[in-house]
Every structure is written in structure tokens, then in C-alpha cells.
Design a protein around this ligand. Structure first.
Ligand SMILES: Cc1ncc(COP(=O)(O)O)c(C=O)c1O
Length: 477
């Protein structure tokens, strides 16, 4: 008798791999008609993700992939708590406010109030949006008071912006003016940024820990340039800092560097708790220099949860577990603990940066490693004679479990393909050595190729049009 002719009945005693469900494809279109045992449901879901990269070998992500057992337990214990139910779980709201205080002080807030002004987000994206919306509302209110039009707001940012700023621009219909990066200007050039400002500029957004490169924009120089410009024009253009990664790196590793609320025009800063804040996703934070910079129009009140509750945020419900995780990390690690972890990450990043920079096919994009991440590219002379691209290396490394992304740079320097490594807590020196061995092994394999790979052919086709370095010599290796 063929198996699929038999309708098996699943009971609590059915062995998982003797069940009918394991003979079927997992549901795709509709909720299954009948229930199944938790063991079978668990196995089906778990196995669907079985072949994925191990999170700690994923060197593409900035997001936390390691927390200790106590943190994990605390967060699991709080998994059923909705942050918005403040009346039911008032201690969670207080814990959130304590986290905001600690982050605000880490960024040298001048605010004297007992509770500093900030909000949590589901990640930096929500936190950036809130910072951007506040800047827009403040600009709008000031313009309305002056009887001036408010229909053409814009903001200024480098072309190496993270996609959230494109979303911000499109969703709120605020023009995004980008300062192009060049091979000589690897970060936002303050003078070029000022050239794009006018009376409709709601803010300038420097980035600490640029997603594409890992470098930091020079906020101190931007603040100075903006101060001069604002004085000359009578405008009031402020700075919102997107410190998604750098917000939790700089205070620990470069506390004397002035990039934060110590600067005059920095009115708000956002970061990801779930990146170098060392909490599992999703958690973001935004802090304002003072309550007066958070417009009242951004606070919404509801009264149906048992008390009058005000909230600032795009989402209503959100998990509370991440707040417990963040508060735990602050207590568990302390300033010195964060410093030690991030120092190790940056040391390992510098070690990899130096080792990869010395490999024959590669050169580093920048000699600097500002944050525990960096990018590299293929040397043009090597690209001329080999049969492969960084996309092939990405694929090869996947075979050993590593996710090391290859991508093209943003507008104006988009002809450059790079690879990026993000080092995070959980990536040891020994793992770095394993990775270097795997990169060297992959390069040796790729160098044996007699014919160009498909990505190489595609790159050559594209580049031939522009007459660039990829034009093949025909000599092979
Ligand atoms: C500079 C920058 N801003 C914003 C974001 C968005 O952060 P999130 O994924 O926490 O929403 C990222 C993410 O990598 C980033 O690097």
C-alpha cells in the first residue's frame, strides 16, 4: 500500500516523523483545517529555518545575536507583556524612563529634569522617524507663527543614508537633499551640506556609524559650519544625529570626542538598542536635548487602558521584553563592561581590517576603523586579471556558513563594489582567524577558475560600456 493512500490520524502519541503532517508540504495558502500536536507544529516551523546561517556567523547584520542566559531568561519571562499597558505594568514604563535617562546622560544631555525627554522605538528606523518628525513640526510651527509657507520642507543628509531616511522622505513628503560622497570625501562634507540648506531645511542629519562604510560623519565640524550659517541667515537649522551604531560605541570608546548634546545645534539623537546597545531586536531610542524640542503635537493620549496615558511613537502595542533586556545590560555590564565588549569588537575589526588589507586581491576602502565594521574592495589591477567578483566570494563563504555581504556603493560611487564585515559581541578572535582562513581558501579556489563567472561576465558587460578597469586582458591567471 502506498503511503499517500492512507489518511493517518495524528494523536498525542504519534511520533513526529510518523505523522501525516511530515508527509505534507508545510501550509502556504490557508490556515490548516485541523489542529496538530505542539511537537509536530514546533518541528515544522523549526525545520523551515534549519538550513539558515547561524546568526553569529552573519557578519552582515548590526543587530545583536548574542545575549547571556540571564538576559535571555528575563526577556523570555516578559514575552507576554505589551509595553503600552502602562497602567497594568507601571514598573516597565518606569524602567523605560530610567533607560532614557541613562542614554541621555551617556550623550551628555544638558536637561536637568528628573526624567529626560526621549522615546523608545522598535528600532532606529522608528527612532529616526520620530527625530525627523519632531524637527519638521518645530520648523512648521515656527514658520506658521511667522506667516510663512510650510509646503516645501527638506532635510540634508549624505548619499550614504540608510533606507529609513528615504522612507521618512516619502512617507512624510519631505524632500531629501543628498550630499554625494566621492573617493576623496568618504563622509558628509559640512560645507557641501550647508550649500544645500535654505529656509525650508528642517534639519541636517549626520550619521555616526555610516551603514555603507562604518565611518563617522564629522558632527563637530558640521555644528560649527551650521552655527556660522544660522548666524548669517537668521535661520535655526538644527541637527538630528542618526547614531544607530555609533550612539552606543562613541560614549564608551571615545568619551572625549564631541559629537553629541555638547554641541549647540544637536537637538536630537537616535540609536538602536538592538545594535551596540546589546539587546536582541527590536529596540531603538531617541532622545531630545530638552522637553521643549519635542512638540506637543507628537504626544497622543488614550484613556481606555485604566488611566490617561500619553505616548510618543508610531506603533501602539510593542514588546516590553527589550526594555528589560536593555536595563539588565546596563546593570550587568556597567560602563566598564560595555567598554570592554566594544573595545574587543573594535580590536577584532582592526585585526581583520589589517589582515584583509594585506591579502593580494584586496585593499581597504578607508585606513580608518571608527566603529567595529569596515569595508574593502578588489584592487583594480587584480580585478583586471581574475575571473571572479566579490559576489562570488560572498557565495563561496556562504558554503562555510558565513554571511559576508558584497554590494555596490551609493550614488556617485556606485561603480565600486565592496564587502563588509560587522563585528559584534559574540565574534571572537578565534572566529576571526577561522574566517580569514575561509576567505584565503575561497580566494585560492576562485583563482583556479579558467573562465569568468556569471557575475564577472555581467560586471564586464556593464563596465565595458563605461570603459573601466574590468576590461579583460584575455590572459587569465
Ligand atoms: C545609520 C542607520 N540608520 C538607521 C538604521 C535602521 O535601523 P533599524 O534596523 O534599527 O531600524 C540603520 C540600520 O542598519 C543604520 O545603520
Amino acid at each position: 500500500m502506498k503511503r499517500n493512500e492512507t489518511e493517518r490520524e495524528t494523536t498525542v502519541t504519534t511520533a513526529v516523523f510518523g505523522s501525516e503532517e511530515m508527509l505534507q508540504s508545510a501550509p502556504t495558502e490557508r490556515i490548516p483545517q485541523h489542529s496538530t500536536t505542539p511537537e509536530i507544529a514546533y518541528r515544522m516551523v523549526k525545520d523551515e529555518t534549519y538550513a539558515q546561517t547561524q546568526p553569529r556567523l552573519n557578519l552582515a547584520t548590526f543587530v545583536t545575536t548574542y545575549m547571556d542566559g540571564y538576559a535571555t531568561k528575563l526577556m523570555n519571562d516578559a514575552i507576554a507583556i505589551n509595553y503600552i499597558d502602562e497602567t497594568e505594568y507601571p514598573r516597565v514604563a518606569v524602567m523605560c524612563a530610567k533607560c532614557i535617562n541613562m542614554i541621555a546622560n551617556l550623550w551628555n544631555t544638558p536637561e536637568q529634569a528628573k526624567w529626560k525627554t526621549g522615546a523608545l522605538g522598535i528600532g532606529s528606523s522608528e527612532a529616526c522617524m520620530l527625530g525627523g518628525v519632531a524637527a519638521w513640526q518645530r520648523w512648521k510651527q515656527r514658520r506658521q507663527k511667522e506667516g510663512k509657507p510650510t509646503d516645501k520642507p527638506n532635510f540634508v543628509i549624505s548619499s550614504a543614508y540608510q533606507v529609513v531616511w528615504e522612507k521618512f522622505a516619502q512617507l512624510w513628503q519631505i524632500e531629501m537633499r543628498t550630499v554625494p560622497l566621492t573617493k576623496d570625501k568618504l563622509t558628509l562634507c559640512p560645507e557641501d551640506a550647508i550649500k544645500l540648506c535654505d529656509e525650508n531645511t528642517i534639519c541636517v542629519v549626520p550619521i555616526m556609524g555610516v551603514t555603507w562604510t562604518g565611518l563617522n560623519d564629522d558632527v563637530e565640524a558640521l555644528d560649527k559650519a551650521l552655527d556660522k550659517y544660522n548666524k548669517e541667515t537668521g535661520y535655526d537649522i538644527p541637527i538630528h544625529i542618526d547614531a544607530a551604531s555609533g550612539g552606543f560605541i562613541l560614549p564608551f570608546l571615545e568619551p572625549e570626542k564631541k559629537w553629541d548634546f555638547r554641541l549647540k545645534w544637536v537637538l536630537s539623537i537616535s540609536t538602536s538598542g538592538h545594535k551596540y546597545g546589546l539587546v536582541y531586536p527590536g529596540l531603538g531610542w531617541v532622545v531630545w536635548k530638552d522637553k521643549k524640542y519635542l512638540p506637543d503635537t507628537m504626544s497622543f493620549s488614550v484613556n481606555y487602558l485604566g488611566a490617561e496615558i500619553s505616548q510618543v511613537g508610531l506603533n501602539f502595542s510593542r514588546p516590553a521584553a527589550q526594555i528589560l533586556g536593555q536595563y539588565y545590560q546596563f546593570i550587568r555590564l556597567g560602563f566598564e563592561g560595555y567598554k570592554a565588549i566594544h573595545s574587543s569588537s573594535i580590536e577584532i575589526a582592526k585585526y581583520l581590517h589589517s589582515a584583509i588589507g594585506k591579502m593580494k586581491p584586496f585593499r581597504n576602502y578607508s585606513p580608518e576603523v571608527n566603529n567595529p565594521l569596515f569595508i574593502w574592495e578588489m584592487k583594480p589591477e587584480y580585478a583586471q586579471k581574475c575571473h571572479w567578483t566579490l559576489y562570488d566570494l560572498q557565495d563561496k563563504l556562504k558554503q562555510s556558513g558565513w554571511m559576508v555581504p558584497a554590494y555596490t556603493m551609493p550614488a556617485n560611487i556606485e561603480e565600486t563594489t565592496v564587502m563588509r564585515i560587522v563585528v559584534r559581541q559574540g565574534f571572537s578572535r578565534d572566529m576571526a582567524d577561522q574566517l580569514l582562513t575561509d576567505i584565503a581558501g575561497a580566494v585560492a579556489e576562485l583563482d583556479k577558475l579558467q573562465y569568468p563567472t556569471t557575475t564577472r561576465i555581467a560586471a564586464e558587460k556593464k563596465e565595458k560600456v563605461k570603459g573601466s578597469v574590468f576590461t579583460h586582458t584575455g590572459k587569465g591567471k
